[in-house]
Write a protein that binds this ligand. Sequence first.
Ligand code: MRU
Length: 369
Amino acid sequence: MNIDGKPFRTVWKDPTSDAVRIIDQRHLPFKFVIEDLRQVNDVATAIVDMHVRGAGCIGATAGYGIYLATLEATESRTPEKTLRDAADHLLATRPTAVNLRWAVDRQMTALQSLPPEQWAESSLQTATAIADEDAAACASIGQHGLRIIEELAAGKSDGEPVQILTHCNAGWLAFVDHGSATAPIYAAHDRGIPLHIWVDETRPRNQGARLTAWELGQHGVPHTLIVDNAGGHLMQRSQVDLVITGTDRTTHTGDVANKIGTYLKALAARDNDVPFYVALPSSTFDWNLSDGFAIPIEERSPDEISLMSGLVSPEADSETEVRLSPRDCPAANPAFDVTPRHLITGLITERGICQADESSIRALFPDPT
Ligand code: MRU
């Protein structure tokens, strides 16, 4: 996507050095910061502390992390062990998004039959392929999801916008480019279809308020920020035509784990006959899990609930952290929840739209990787 007219991805290899470059998303929307990652430890920290986040972006960054790990491993006296330890370190960073394991496993499988002197070149090729495929899959999700928006637009009077609600950030910042939930939105906007997006702020880390609102603003898509609890109210008043979210892991039977609060949106959508779609590239399917409730749910620091940062004045140059609750108040922070398949209208994938059930998913993906 373009920022001030210049195309960016969320993660890429610096052509002039060994470094991997990321947009450090912690600083958005107030500052646009690019960070260089030079060691696999830097990559692990960037994923744990959410300099990068979102399932696709985590997977692509981990793919580049293995490339950095091969540079370190081939310098060590025990290359195989050093590389395996690095892979395990990356795998332990965040448990819910399956794209992380998918990318690391893909890298390790490709490397296992090669001698260490070929690791760097091969792993850079694989990391680049993972990133390129992620961008292409999201572009394709956009074209498939566009059909849903076009159908809704056909039922509107002239100039009346299609109203779409989204949760968290399943935008291009959550992938390498385009996004999953936002890809159909960008495709429809680029076609000239009038849209209005309700952006859930997405407590506790406010990925909606900080990232989705910034992305949509950069692309000129009309949007309004709402608190997480407003969606049901808007649906009851026919102010939402469609919900589209992303997912961090989708079982091959159609259950979805996504940012905490997604389930409540799906319940409200069902109660109000609002279509609820989940957009995902196939790298987000877990082909081994049948039961969504078996998906590991990340528990993050209670501080993410109790503390919040922002600008104390419009002129402030840097963010200030404030406490929201009594100093000794316990807080619990499950970062994801599971939306069961029966609440999902359909899955928008790079190969088309299918129902959230095993046979429909298999029909689109008979050859899971
Ligand atoms: O904790 P985050 O910001 O990594 O969570 C991101 C989400 O929940 C997204 O909706 C999800 O990754 C799907 S889009 C890649």
